[in-house]
Ligand binder design. Structure first.
Ligand SMILES: C[S@@+](CC[C@H](N)C(=O)[O-])C[C@H]1O[C@@H](n2cnc3c(N)ncnc32)[C@H](O)[C@@H]1O
Length: 244
């Protein structure tokens, strides 16, 4: 399902219409129904509103605001990802099958690699494109190709990659209430678009691809998607299963 797009001033009309065309949705110059999810184009960019989200603020991708704290906050995660990737003489061609908020892709990019990130959600894809357009990380994003597709369809036609990375949504748990506002919004977008995945099946297809390494992110205590793990990199709450 798509959603209405509101624009707050005439200067945003063309942009709103461009996005509406891609999403097959309609544009309005005022909010006509805030009981339903909607997209909004205003001076800050493109944002998404869901009436049932806990966060009061609309969801917007802003790669500029947390630019410094982002790497500091994720220092532990960065160590784990580095370990999972291993050392390489040359920059690697990485296929990130689960773009999401592009946080992991940004880590790969910041390590000098080339990334193709695939996002299945049309709404999230447009929010990401909008965030990248406003970003000041031009050098980093010049090594990113963002694709709007299901990774399993994309991968069949894809050119060669060194590494495939797979981080599907974690199943809801008792700790779901503690999910970050952003991850909650992400889940709400997928729910709104009626997107359901079968990560175990998707994993089997990805495992059959010929790459040097398949890295799968899982909750620390979850069972692996498949046999044949070569090694694991474990953090406090998550782990990476690595298949070579
Ligand atoms: C847990 S999030 C990924 C978070 C991401 N690694 C990050 O660092 O921001 C999962 C995301 O992957 C997307 N996704 C899951 N399975 C997918 C698939 N088979 N093809 C494309 N996108 C997929 C979901 O729509 C969601 O946005």
């Amino acid at each position: 399902m798509t959603c209405n797009i509101f624009y707050t001033s005439k200067k945003h009309k063309n942009y709103a219409e461009e996005i509406a065309k891609k999403l097959g949705s309609r544009t309005f110059s005022m909010i006509v129904d805030n009981e339903k999810p909607y997209l909004e184009v205003n001076d800050l960019g493109l944002s998404f509103f869901h009436p049932k989200a806990r966060a009061k603020k609309k969801f917007i991708i802003d790669f500029n605001s947390r630019s410094m704290s982002w790497r500091l906050k994720r220092a532990d995660h960065e160590k784990l990802i580095k370990k999972a990737l291993g050392k390489s003489e040359q920059p690697q061609k990485i296929l990130d099958c689960t773009a999401g908020l592009l946080q992991d892709s940004l880590l790969f990019l910041s390590l000098g690699h080339e990334v193709t990130a695939v996002e299945q959600s049309n709404i999230l894809f447009n929010l990401l494109e909008d965030g990248i357009k406003r970003s000041k990380k031009n050098e980093i994003f010049s090594r990113l190709t963002l694709v709007n597709a299901n990774a399993c369809s994309f991968v069949r036609e894809a050119k060669e990659f060194d590494v495939i990375y797979f981080d599907p949504m974690f199943p809801p748990s008792k700790k779901t209430a503690l999910r970050s506002a952003q991850i909650e919004y992400l889940a709400k977008i997928l729910e709104h678009e009626s997107i359901k995945n079968n990560p175990k099946e998707e994993f089997q297809l990805l495992q059959s691809m010929s790459v040097n390494k398949l890295i799968v992110k899982r909750p620390i205590n979850a069972s692996p998607f498949g046999e044949g793990i070569n090694y694991q990199v474990k953090g406090k709450t998550i782990r990476f299963d690595i298949y070579i």
